[in-house]
Design a protein around this ligand. Sequence first.
Ligand code: AMP
Length: 278
Amino acid sequence: MKTVITIPELQQALAVLERPHGFVPTMGYLHEGHLSLVRRARQENATVVVSIFANPTQFGPDEDLDSYPRDIDQDLELLSGARADLVWIPSVQVMYPDGFQSWVEVEALTKVLEGAYRPTHFRGVTTVVAKLFNAVGPERAYFGQKDAQQAAVLKQMVRDLNFQVKMVICPIVREPDGLAMSSRNTYLTVEERQAALCLSRGLSKAQEAFQEGIQDAELLRDIVRKEIDQEELAELQYVSCADPETLQELDGHVERCLVSMAVYVGRTRLIDNRLLGS
Ligand code: AMP
């Protein structure tokens, strides 16, 4: 496994690696969720490329860029174990050299859900992923359903701007007790870690209700709301029952929907979601 920092180093390394190339962008502090993407890329491509870059432009001014967990040595060990071929770890200066002033923006899809609370987040995500795609030029790119809106926004960007990459969206990997894996789980105290189970519990209750025929958007949102409200250490920021493609909020009877939420557990902001219906 080779590690590179600059774009010329990256391109020199890519030139001798057999195609197709599968690409997994990450912000590091890797866990089984990330590794599931790497393994899927390993199955489907001759070469697996992973990037590690905690992208400053997708963090708001009051968000956790400075405290975002990092452990490059551990990440490289995990990636080597998952048989990645090439790891690109650009510096901020490589990605955003002095004078940088171009941005990629997706419109309607970024105004709702996460975008409503993190107004500059998706502009940072789409810009950095466009730059990563341009530099790596992969046949396939792997993203997690954990960040459902991010996946929808990036698929839209790829369609709108003719990126020649196939987007592969992989299922959410959870801890045995249901908590969706996230680098941010490391911020949780023991009590908060227990309290954080209210997210997956709320989604499971919504799913059970849906399967029993409670296919009403407001009732499904209520089920999640109630579950979060019962947890003292948790505070719901939003719960949504939306169209999985347009992400527009639904009302009344639903056949298919994306139930998603953001919850503060202590000072840590967690997100989770589940697709309901076929
Ligand atoms: P991040 O390092 O948080 O930017 O995540 C990098 C990629 O891993 C994104 O496509 C995420 O959606 C995906 N990912 C993060 N956590 C999980 C998880 N628990 N299950 C599946 N994919 C995940």
